[in-house]
Design a protein. Structure first.
Length: 527
């Protein structure tokens, strides 16, 4: 019996060591909520283009500009340098106050495209005036642009130029701001175009000394028009022919749609030309095409407007605000007179056009009174309106939710499990759901396969949803799936809708939505 206490001590010590070394583990089956989201039509289309009809059904209303003819399209006044050189013809003894040079000159602006301007209001721009003088005394220079006025005052610059030295001429430079000046461009006789008048006077400084001005000495004026932007011009713009295209413009209506097509019951598109320019115009649309660059689909418009001349009348001046009365030309494109529905149904993200425009097709019928305001161009606009009464073919909505499962959580490690997708569908469409797991760089780690589909909501006799339909979808998880879930930072839901009543058109009403919850049914190994 004396050995019993010793045996007990050894047994206690042995079991104590085993408990410290071998921690017990067991498996636990736990339901874990992971993600909850709601998808509406706003996940498919921008809010700005959706409008609600009186019956709460939805329609798309969208307007975009195709091309614009403005001042820069018709002509430009490029930076132009005009040189005026006076060379003294004989030796002169000039006393203080003596004007040895006075000259009026007509100067021509280098207006592009053969445009003949007789008047311009300048919004912004400068004249860089440079003067070189060989006269060895200070010279008072008066430089006037008699055809440039601002609030009734003529543009005049008076400056005292330093005396030249025996080795180099005197030099003077000044930038003149001609913003808000009116420019008469008819010359001294009033019957020219693109022509302004300058006057230069050079006088020996009244506070200076008598000076000998030798034959061949010069005074040189350089006038450089810089960055001249007219606010308004008048004249004759010529019979100019413009070609716009083939060019493309972005079409942002369907940017959020990643896949699928729709059949549209009705669509109304207005192609509108708004002319704010005082010229007649004739326009020919050679081609108009919708392009989906994501899948390569494209359709060209078939309509009587294609390759048929369209005459657009000139606008008229109001001499008040707004400054012009626009003239308008509208052409309606519908499913009954064109294939415009085919162009919309491919979800284009670009519109391509090829257009010829001839201005003044009948010549100078205005008597050189064509006009243009910078802020009143000729605009081409596309206005689209169609009710969301559709047949959906794999029409796919996408939503992305944050996702995070910690590998070393207190719950332990996931051994196996499945995901349950609880979907409450408020759309009258069946839906196929797919899930993708993304890493922190938004790269796809894993796509999860779903066993069954989401059922469409029940509808009444008018095909309007009466209640949401609940569906439960199951995703069995492999070991690789579980590892991907641990690595994922986001979960992407792709829901592809298909109309159950095909080929019957279904209206979409305000408030339609689909609610999705993702629940994990996991077996954890817990320490």
């Amino acid at each position: 019996m004396r050995f019993l206490p010793a045996i007990i001590i050894v047994l206690v010590f042995s079991f104590s060591c085993r408990k410290a070394v071998d921690k017990p583990t067991w498996d636990v089956d736990v339901l874990s909520p992971l993600v909850k989201t709601t998808l509406t039509l706003n996940d498919l289309l921008p809010d700005s283009i959706l409008q609600v009809n009186p019956d709460t059904s939805l329609k798309i209303v969208y307007s975009t500009s195709i091309f614009t003819i403005d001042v820069d399209s018709l002509f430009k006044i490029p930076d132009t340098t005009i040189t005026e050189i006076y060379s003294v013809p004989l030796n002169i003894v000039a006393s203080p106050g003596y004007s040895f040079y006075s000259n009026d000159e007509e100067r021509e602006l280098n207006v592009t495209n053969g445009v003949e301007l007789n008047f311009a209001k300048i919004e912004s721009g400068f004249i860089d005036l440079e003067i070189f003088s060989d006269i060895r005394e200070k010279v008072l220079v008066t430089y006037k642009i008699s055809s440039a006025t601002k609030n009734g005052d003529t543009l005049v610059l008076t400056e005292l130029i330093d005396a030249a030295t025996p080795s180099q001429p005197a030099y003077f430079k000044k930038r003149i701001d001609i913003s808000n000046y009116d420019l008469n461009l008819t010359g001294t006789t009033g019957n020219k175009t693109n022509t302004f008048v300058t006057q230069s006077v050079a006088t020996v400084d009244t506070n200076g000394a008598t000076v000998n001005i030798n034959i061949g000495e010069k005074i040189n004026f350089l006038n450089t028009f810089v960055d001249v932007v007219p606010f308004y011009v008048r004249g004759y713009f010529g019979s100019q022919n413009y070609r716009f295209g083939p060019e493309t413009t972005d079409f942002a209506v369907f940017d959020r749609i990643v896949d699928g097509t729709i059949d549209i019951e009705d669509v109304d598109v207005n192609l509108t030309f708004e002319n704010g320019i005082g010229v007649d115009a004739q326009l020919v649309i050679n081609q108009f095409k919708a392009i989906n660059t994501k899948n390569g689909a494209n359709y060209s418009l078939i309509h009587s407007i294609i390759e048929s001349p369209i005459n657009i009348n000139r606008s008229t001046e109001t001499y008040t605000v707004p400054e012009v009365n626009y003239t308008n030309y509208n052409n309606s494109l519908t499913t009954s007179n064109s294939n415009i529905d085919n162009l919309i149904e491919i979800f284009p993200n670009q519109l391509q056009y090829d257009i010829n425009l001839l201005i003044n097709p009948f010549g100078n019928i205005s008597g050189s009174n064509d006009f243009i305001f910078k802020k009143h161009p000729l605009k081409t606009k596309l206005n689209i309106e169609f009710p969301l009464s559709i047949v959906a073919n794999n029409l796919t909505l996408v939503d992305t939710s944050d996702f995070n499962m910690e590998r070393n959580s207190s719950s332990g490690q996931i051994l196996e499990g499945k995901l349950f997708i609880y979907a409450d569908n408020g759309y009258p469409f069946d839906a196929n759901l797919s899930l993708q797991l993304l890493d922190e760089n938004a790269s796809v780690i894993k796509s999860l396969t779903i066993v069954n589909n989401i059922a469409s909501a029940p509808v009444d006799a008018n095909l309007k949803v009466t209640a949401k339909k609940s569906s439960v979808l199951t995703i069995p998880l492999s070991k690789l799936d579980i590892d991907a879930m641990y690595a994922a930072k986001k979960m992407v839901f792709k829901i592809a809708f298909n109309t159950t009543a095909q080929p019957q058109f279904i209206k979409i009403y305000d408030g339609y939505a689909i609610d999705i919850k993702v629940i994990g049914d996991f077996v954890y190994q817990v320490n």
